[in-house]
Design a protein around this ligand. Sequence first.
Ligand SMILES: C[S@@+](CC[C@H](N)C(=O)[O-])C[C@H]1O[C@@H](n2cnc3c(N)ncnc32)[C@H](O)[C@@H]1O
Length: 231
Amino acid sequence: MGRPPLRPATIATWNRNPADEEAMGAAHAPIWRRMVDVSVPHDLSASTVLDYGCNQGGFLRLLYDNHPFKAAVGIDIARESVARAELLKGHRPIQYRVADQAATLGQTFDFAFSHEVIYLLPDVAEHARDIRQVLRPGGTYIAAMGCHTDSSLWPLWRKLIAETSSIPIYDHSLEDVSKAFTDAGFGVAVRPLSLDAFMQVTTGSAYFPKVTDQLRYYTTDKVLFRFVRQR
Ligand SMILES: C[S@@+](CC[C@H](N)C(=O)[O-])C[C@H]1O[C@@H](n2cnc3c(N)ncnc32)[C@H](O)[C@@H]1O
């Protein structure tokens, strides 16, 4: 008897509260900017790009507006968020699709990105194999991850996020993720996000009880993995 499939069903929105889903893009924009600044080579005009777990599509819009690419696809299991992404994309050469397996797109990409999606995946090894199938040899996957068991805020955040997420949350360590991608045939590198901006202090915030929590999270705990497909 094999394991039952881990495939999640599609959902309406990831956040149970659609208004909070709507607000997520604005909150993530400074982080997306930093991801792009530290990981994107300047000219993407001949490149194709995947955003895994794109939600309302803001990352690819920001990327295109700063580094125009040839074409991109954003996938997500949240139907209403993907529909919103399609509405918002304007003239940009982007397709947004409801999907959880990149390989079902039947396309290959030069670059892939994800921002805070891996902790929502039950099987990181399967995700690594999926991304490997769609990246060209030498292609790069940048995955941003602050939600992992090596963050000292994780026990707190796990509870808070579980109250808002419409799907389960998983406990992956940075080692688990590194191993899954190494085993799938990627060269694995990592760096801190190191947000280089003033951050609005939100005294007494549920997510950052102390100012030092916020500083440590954005300088140390939140990391960018760079996975490069070997042959
Ligand atoms: C925390 S949100 C981050 C969204 C977006 N990357 C951002 O930076 O704002 C996580 C997203 O991952 C999506 N997601 C979760 N599991 C997924 C899966 N198996 N396949 C595709 N998307 C998934 C959720 O629906 C949600 O939109």
